[in-house]
Design a protein around this ligand. Structure first.
Ligand SMILES: NC(=O)c1ccc[n+]([C@@H]2O[C@H](COP(=O)([O-])OP(=O)(O)OC[C@H]3O[C@@H](n4cnc5c(N)ncnc54)[C@H](OP(=O)(O)O)[C@@H]3O)[C@@H](O)[C@H]2O)c1
Length: 364
């Protein structure tokens, strides 16, 4: 029995090694490089960018679709320069959907040719705007066959940000009330759907064009923040508030609508901005001090928990997102696709807010 099992394992390892060897001939491919910070015009599509060797836990993915996140635009214009400037040129992009090409020696859950989707950590230097992207095994999951690469690529970074806030920070549970400020964006829509799937009731604010969509994905009420006074329109108190906008006005309203002991979570934490302004050595401790001061202040004045939330790779979260996608309980509509060669136009369209929803780059 033991011998048979051992032979099977050895055979599986040989097959895996063969796949790995057979497909790892991809040594270079197209990539969108950021040689310096600036507007969309600084982006360069290079045709033959080398693919580094894989570390044991890494997976080489042939990208078919990569979505454009606000972080990509911000990084392009210099956000996070305290970390990224010494590492230029870098490749932008967090989200991906594609096929496994090769994998490192410790990868056990994926095989070559498998369709996968996932997202890189916010500080990754070699991004996904490339024919061949490298992600760790825990940053990837099997793509549901019911959805396209384009639709799959729109989800992970936003959904894992929402997961981090709702499941890891506020730890929402059935029967609770959640307020999402900015529910029409990708993170907001993902948060609404995660919360509804967890048995919560969700109220949200969004622009008029997103109201129908927010209600369609499960929000109980959707208030147009441009035409209504949110604090008057939204009744009752909430167990958690996710503020995707994070300006002083939304922070004030969000905190005032929380129950005692509730969580206010903003996506606009100031760690990177402080590090950019004052350097890592002074900026990061200064940001931590400001966060601590706010936490103590709001604990004292309102009895609530104040948090800065950042996206993190999370294998459990990604698996939960995959199951929601499979069950048809999670969707982030894609408004428009561009080819990778049109990356500058895609960034320009998002920057000038010409396209309201999600934009995806396709790689043939
Ligand atoms: N901390 C992190 O790790 C993290 C991770 C992901 C995203 N983020 C940040 O979170 C924000 C949202 O990301 P996203 O991917 O969801 O962006 P997105 O898809 O571009 O959506 C942004 C949405 O915000 C809405 N909006 C703007 N001002 C608003 C207001 N005052 N009240 C309500 N809604 C408002 C816009 O709606 P209208 O067009 O209708 O106005 C738009 O739908 C971005 O700033 C992004 O940089 C942070």
């Amino acid at each position: 029995m033991h011998g048979l099992w051992g032979r099977r394992k050895a055979a599986a390892a040989a097959v895996a090694a063969e796949h790995c060897m057979a497909f790892s001939t991809a040594t270079a491919g197209r990539a969108v490089m950021l040689p310096r910070f600036g507007g969309p015009e600084v982006l360069e599509v290079r045709s033959s960018v080398g693919v580094p060797d894989l570390k044991p836990q890494e997976v080489l993915v042939r990208a078919r679709a990569v979505s454009v996140n606000p972080l990509d635009l911000r990084m392009r214009s210099g956000y996070g320069r305290s970390i990224f400037e010494p590492l230029l040129p870098l490749i932008l992009g967090r989200d991906i959907s594609g096929e496994v090409v090769a994998f490192g020696s410790s990868v056990s859950s994926l095989v070559a040719g498998q369709e996968v989707f996932g997202a890189l950590h916010p500080t990754a230097v070699r991004g996904t705007y490339a024919d061949y992207a490298i992600l760790s095994e825990e940053e990837l999951s099997v793509k549901p066959s019911s959805i396209s690469h384009v639709d799959a690529s729109a989800v992970p970074f936003a959904a894992l940000t929402a997961w981090r806030a709702l499941k890891c920070t506020a730890r929402i549970s059935e029967g609770q009330r959640l307020l999402v400020l900015g529910g029409g964006g990708a993170v907001g829509l993902a948060a609404i759907q995660l919360a509804v799937a967890s048995g919560c009731t969700v109220s949200t604010t969004c622009g008029s064009k997103s109201i129908e969509l927010a209600l369609d994905v499960g929000a109980t009420e959707a208030i147009d923040y441009k035409t209504e006074d949110i604090q008057v329109a939204i009744k009752g108190q909430f167990d958690a508030v996710l503020d995707t906008i994070g300006v002083p006005e939304t922070e004030r309203v969000g905190i005032n609508l929380l129950k005692k002991g509730g969580h206010y979570m903003t996506l606009q934490g100031e760690s990177a901005a402080f590090a950019d302004r004052y350097g890592l050595a002074i900026g990061l401790p200064a940001a931590t001090a400001i966060l601590l001061k706010k936490k103590l202040q709001y604990q004292y004045t309102h009895g609530i928990e104040y948090e800065w939330v950042y996206m993190r790779a999370d294998a459990e979260g990604l698996d939960a997102v995959r199951r929601l996608l499979e069950a048809g309980k999670m969707k982030i509509p894609v408004e428009k696709t561009f080819s990778i060669a049109e990356v500058r136009q895609a960034h320009e369209a998002k920057e000038k807010r010409l396209i309201p929803g999600k934009v995806v780059l396709e790689l043939d």
